[in-house]
Design a protein around this ligand. Structure first.
Ligand SMILES: Cc1cc2nc3c(=O)[nH]c(=O)nc-3n(C[C@H](O)[C@H](O)[C@H](O)COP(=O)(O)O)c2cc1C
Length: 209
């Protein structure tokens, strides 16, 4: 399967009932315009019926600080616990949907269910993104979301990880190098590596085929 993946905290709720949180790792972006995402949930989850009935949920991104709560919400059921209360989380009024988001999460993505695909163990809720709320603390001077500052968490093979070192950015492989300034020496195009180049496929001695 694919790794790493996010482990998001999905909040949901029915009128007159305590809102709930389910941790979901089977989640992903699926369309840019209209903005859509999916979450896959087992039928036996308490949250399944809530989301199916209301057609709404909120994806709350998990920061390092929220990791313990995310894990706990993923091993306890809303049938037995008030997860907001138990984890000391604050229900936050949403803009476009009736259920609350998690105030402590850096990003709340309000979603409306578009369709449900029965896949087997999980049903996939395909949803339209209605509204995204980002904590001011994580917006940079240019009004962009500063992912690094939000300290988001990834999930891989049953373990939670902080995001690591930045090693590139979109399109960097084809980006033009800045022109050298007057008087500056052009960087040499000669390879400086001491390693011998390798030819693929490696030729075997005596085999000419
Ligand atoms: C890291 C993590 C990822 C999880 N991913 C999913 C998932 O993608 N789909 C799912 O149905 N359950 C998933 N679970 C399990 C549910 O979160 C768990 O069964 C939870 O207790 C259900 O809560 P509920 O009964 O209140 O809805 C995950 C649990 C953890 C800890």
């Amino acid at each position: 399967m694919l790794y790493p993946i996010p482990a998001v905290m999905v909040s949901c709720g029915r009128e007159g009932e305590t809102p709930n949180i389910i941790t979901v790792a089977w989640a992903g972006n699926i369309c840019s315009s209209p903005a859509m995402l999916s979450i896959s949930v087992r039928k036996e989850r308490h949250s399944y019926d809530i989301i199916k009935e209301t057609g709404e949920f909120i994806v709350n991104l998990t920061s390092r600080e929220l990791t313990r709560a995310a894990d706990w919400c993923g091993v306890r059921s809303g049938r037995d616990y008030d997860k907001f209360k138990e984890m000391g989380l604050t229900p936050q009024k949403s803009t476009k949907v009736s259920c609350p988001g998690i105030a402590e999460s850096p990003v709340n993505i309000e979603c409306k269910v578009h369709s449900v695909v029965e896949l087997g163990s999980h049903d996939m809720f395909i949803a339209e993104v209605l509204c995204v709320t980002v904590d001011d603390r994580f917006m940079d001077d240019k009004g962009r979301f500063d992912l690094g500052a939000a300290d988001l968490v990834a999930y891989s093979h049953g373990e939670y990880f902080a995001l690591g070192e930045k090693i590139g950015k979109f399109g960097y492989s084809v980006a033009k190098k800045p022109a050298a300034k007057k008087g500056e020496k052009k960087p040499s195009s000669k390879k400086t590596s001491a390693k011998k180049p390798t030819t693929y496929p490696k030729k075997k001695k005596g085999n000419t085929k």
